[in-house]
Design a protein around this ligand. Structure first.
Ligand code: ATP
Ligand code: MG
Length: 477
């Protein structure tokens, strides 16, 4: 289907048109904030009903209702963003967002119980049945707005973006060309102002306008470029990729709570491994998880990180539950392990050394991304249980199995064994213990060592390898 779609697009969308519109979109973003007239208009390409493959049947009833009600009240209404993009790629959109020329207040009148949310970027949440549809008002050029409606920080970061405009200005305020395609049931056309159809065909993530300026306005766009490239299996267009490395430190200016949300979208949407590799390639990873990044010269740390992401991707594919607690536990573990070893070398016993290491590495991560308590508490329990799993004597094994975090801690133990951090063996014991009947378990406990020898279960096979914060094989401090 996709190929035929593309061939029909081609008839409508010749190359020169795309570069024209790209240039114009670029000049729109680069334009200094003056009170002069808006930048020149990008060229609109309309793909009529018969020349694209989107049908209203692909769109959720709630989104159709929202569009219809807006149109009946005399407003324009379009599906935009991931909904259009994913349908063109034959995928299943997560949700449908609607763009309109109605202000949030005007749109609110049309939907009972609708709420206006957001300060930085005000949008309407319209509830239709159980579905919530995000309705956004067309964004305009900042030069057209009042000072208080659009604000930038000294780094060029957008603090507010509530200047309203028309469809054209809305298109060039969006992030990537493939996210700026508009579909309307009023004529069933797709409107493309930025060359998005061509980029879908060429499988490219291309920033609208000047990439560096757009990243400075909102550094999260750097993560979004990687996220969409990984999810869609697209390339990042070279000009869009070029500034990433240099601008990556701007991620420090993003609120930790927003970073946490973005990280979940990056790593817990089923494409975590590919996303991780791309984040490393573009040198963004050290700004998300610096303590993890500092350990990745160690093959075990790299393997543990990859394996944790691989497992997460797999579980998502199988519709199994995934929790950020487990993933964060894995990402921070190599640094904790290394720090614990450092403290033990100074004579601190293993259990308090682990607690201190966990405290230190968690606090340093919180500077970059928030970790809500409902995840940080189980994360710590997973770590704590790593020193309890080897000690199985008496009633201990039975009690441990009752612990609410047992399953996660056991999975974590297997992950550590698989990555080569610790020798295999204990994981198998616990597998058999869970499968055994009551008598079998009693027998197993009787035969298990009462207390594992020092280091077993937490011991490091490769003592000379990974060191605290060390980049390569230099000696530990
Ligand atoms: P998905 O929902 O599948 O992750 P999406 O493209 O729908 O992808 P959303 O985060 O839901 O992404 O955003 C909806 C649309 O809003 C985007 O497609 C894009 O057009 C615009 N958008 C979102 N975030 C930004 C941003 N930071 N800068 C510019 N435009 C943005
Ligand atoms: Mg979306």
């Amino acid at each position: 289907m996709f190929n035929s779609l593309i061939s029909t697009i081609k008839r409508w969308h010749s190359k020169p048109t795309q570069s024209d519109s790209q240039e114009m979109a670029g000049s729109a973003a680069k334009k200094p904030r003056t009170k002069s007239k808006s930048p020149s208009k990008p060229r609109r390409v309309v793909i009529p009903r018969n020349d694209h493959a989107i049908s209203r049947r692909d769109i959720s009833r709630a989104a159709l209702t929202v569009m219809k009600r807006l149109q009946e009240a005399g407003f324009q209404a379009y599906i935009v963003g991931g909904g259009v993009r994913d349908l063109l790629l034959n995928g299943h959109p997560k949700d449908f967002d609607v763009a309109t020329d109605a202000t949030p207040e005007q749109a609110k009148q049309l939907f009972r119980g609708a709420r206006i949310v957001g300060r930085r970027f005000r949008i309407l949440h319209a509830r239709i049945g159980r579905e919530v549809i995000e309705v956004t008002t067309f964004r305009g050029h900042h030069s057209d707005g009042e000072e208080h409606e659009a604000q930038q920080s000294e780094h060029g970061m957008l603090l507010r973006d509530n200047v309203y405009g028309d469809l054209e200005s809305d298109a060039v305020r969006r992030d990537f060309t493939v996210n700026a395609l508009y579909y309307t049931t009023d004529g069933f056309e797709i409107h493309d102002y930025t060359g998005g159809m061509d980029d879908i065909e060429q499988r490219l993530i291309r920033m609208i306008g000047d990439p560096a300026t757009r990243y400075k306005e909102d550094p999260v766009r750097m993560l979004r470029a990687v996220r969409f490239a990984a999810k869609l299996d697209f390339d990042i267009e070279p000009g869009t990729a070029a500034p990433l490395k240099e601008l990556a430190p701007l991620l420090r200016n993003v609120a930790p709570a927003r970073m946490f949300d973005e990280i979940l979208k990056l790593l817990m949407s089923g494409h975590g491994v590919r996303t991780f590799e791309l984040l490393r390639e573009h040198q963004l990873w050290p700004h998300l998880f610096p303590d993890n990044a500092a350990q990745l010269d160690s093959p075990e740390a790299l393997e543990l990180t990859r394996q944790a992401l691989r497992n997460t991707d797999q579980r998502i594919r199988n519709d199994q539950r995934v929790t950020p607690a487990f993933l964060y536990a894995a990402l921070l573990w190599p640094a904790i392990n290394s720090e614990q070893q450092f403290l033990m070398d100074k004579g601190i016993p293993p259990v308090p050394a682990l607690a201190q290491a966990a405290q230190k590495i968690t606090s340093s991560q919180l500077v970059h991304t928030a970790i809500p308590k409902r995840f940080s508490i189980p994360m710590r329990e997973i770590w704590d249980m790593q020193s309890r799993l080897p000690r199985r004597g008496g009633e201990r094994a039975f009690r441990l199995m009752e612990h609410p975090r047992f399953r996660a801690a056991y999975d974590f133990l297997l992950l550590r064994e698989d990555s080569g951090e610790i020798p295999k063996g204990l994981g198998q014991w616990w597998t058999e213990f869970q499968q055994a009947d009551e008598d079998g378990r009693t027998q197993m406990v009787r035969e298990a060592p009462r207390n594992s020898p020092k280091g077993k279960g937490r011991g490091r096979r490769n003592r000379g390898g990974r060191r605290r914060g060390a980049k390569s094989g230099d000696s530990a401090s």
